[in-house]
Design a protein. Sequence first.
Lengths: 332, 358
Amino acid sequence: MTEYVSTTPGLFPLPDWAKDDLSDLKGHQKHDLVSGDEGEEITAAYEDAREEVIGVQQEAGLDRVVEGQLRWDDMLAHPLAVHDAVETRGIVRYYDNNNFYREPVVNGALEFSGDVASELEAASELTDDLQAVLPGPYSLADLATDEQYGDEAEFLGAIADFLEGEVDAFPAHETLFLLEPSLVENAPEDGVDERASEAIDQVASATDADVVVQPYWGALEEKVYAHLLDADIDAVGFDFVANQEDNLYNIQEYGATDDISLGLADGQNTLVEDPEAIRERVDWVYDQVPVTDFETVYLTTNTETFYLPYAKFEEKLAVLAEAADLAEVKAA
Amino acid sequence: MTTNENKDQFRPEGHENDHFLLTTVVGSYPKPKWLNRAKELYQDPDHGFDDDDYQEAKDDAARLITDEHERAGLDVVVDGEMRRNEMVEFFAHRIDGYEFNGPVKVWGHNYFDKPSVVSEVEYDESWLVDEYEFTAAASDRPVKVPITGPYTLANWSFNEAYGDDEELAYDLADLVNEEIEKLVEAGARYIQIDEPALATTPDDHAIVGECLERIVEDIDEEVRIGLHVCYGDYSRIYPEILEFPVDEFDLELANGDYDQLDVFKDPEFSKDLALGVTDVHVAEVESVEQIEENIKKGLEVVPPEQLVVSPDCGVKLLPREVAYGKMANMVEAARNVEADLDEGNVDVERGAPAPADD
């Protein structure tokens, strides 16, 4: 029987009080962004905010609970932006959004950092359903500039080594989400697609937890998808908000992993979906694909949710939890 | 010297040079500190500073900054957008169909109240006629009215009500058209549509073009319509934008040290070029000589009669004295280049760069 798991890809908006407090404590400029060695007051504000967003997920009834990645001022570039071997330069656009992050320039050897692991340690005190979140190696390499390794393949390899080391230090977690929007937005060319898949495989191998690779803002090119299926991962995610046809085509043509992640709620729009409508979309996906059964179906927003006002974000979480319950009941 | 009637309607009486390089600003200007303080008092429920007090403060600030633009010598002035908070929020508050759900992140700890469109957008009260009439009364010089364009208003909102953003943008364009009709009725002759969102999604230039067709419908041709675009890869929208029904393109180029200038040389730039000649992201006032050099960059693209001189973008994030210094030096530089042009002392080759050998 299929298990329906409600979850999110993390990177939440800060609660409004924390937006205010942290603006005051940190400031508004580029050099005020998170450094990885924040002082006591800032750390305390983030701890309170983390506790709050974990509580919100528990109250909503989500099956997986993320840390929230509230400190990730640079969004998916965060793990590099706070790294010692990285210099942050100008503010650059975050994909095609009206959002910006500091360009991380890698100019030293990418040794172990432990920044994300320590966030997860703190979160693991508050939940037994922990889900870790990281940028996938291809996206992280794509968001950064390399001045150390000198070669695209070598840089991707170094990023994969780095992320593997980070995952290895994580506390126990149920699931690991690797977010890979760049696989869609800046699709790897011939040869690079295979290396991207190998890099993902390497990072995934560092954990015993289920690994979900979530591309978004569209569908993967078929070759990229085919290569991704070669990686030893448990689920691929599909952004059915941005694109239905090509995602279905990929599944119909190349099959799927035993588990699947369905991005069915819009992480970038305040329109709150009806849980029943989400459940119906799950049925619709089932009707379209040749697979008779998935072991686990993750129900999630298609993208990160920091784009949303806080109250709407809270509503979205409740919808996902309820949709998973509805699907479970129907399946039973 | 050929003339350009649309531009020359803004030529001051008794202008000192034969050539005329119209000087203006994009729109926003740093708010005086006391205005921000007044806003805090107004928002403080425990304070007696009321609606009328805050209105008076905004009027005073609008007068002050309009006057500051005059002192800097600008040919066409703006009130520095003293009454506006943010370029989408301000308009969304005045359009039926929008609602606000709280702040969202732009970058770091910089947020804005990104509104949601929850039902069909409709024109309610006028957005800018009061602002225009006040500024026009406060100055003897022509006043430009910047309006956030429909494409940006659509793109930088959550769209809950329309099938897609394109449909929403067209409905908003009809509202902008209605507003411009009212502004023209009130005497406005220079309108600037701001479309910074086009830089994020350059492939949508056809949508912006269609929006502009709606915006200018039934608007007298004498009314000068500009389009401001900033911080993007211009090669992805040029030359397509030349088809847009506008008189002027206002472009940010100083920030990139004119590395994109060649984009506009081929094919020939057939509209007026409002060239960004001071960088609004550098808090140092460029010298008059430097700005003269920048102005001459524009002459590589268009002849003097098609050239307008302006900063890259709104200057509201600069310290006020720096903003003023940039305006004043910009005007001085423009007048110097005009005088040089009069005397035939400017030797700039215009047109397509020689093709590289390959």
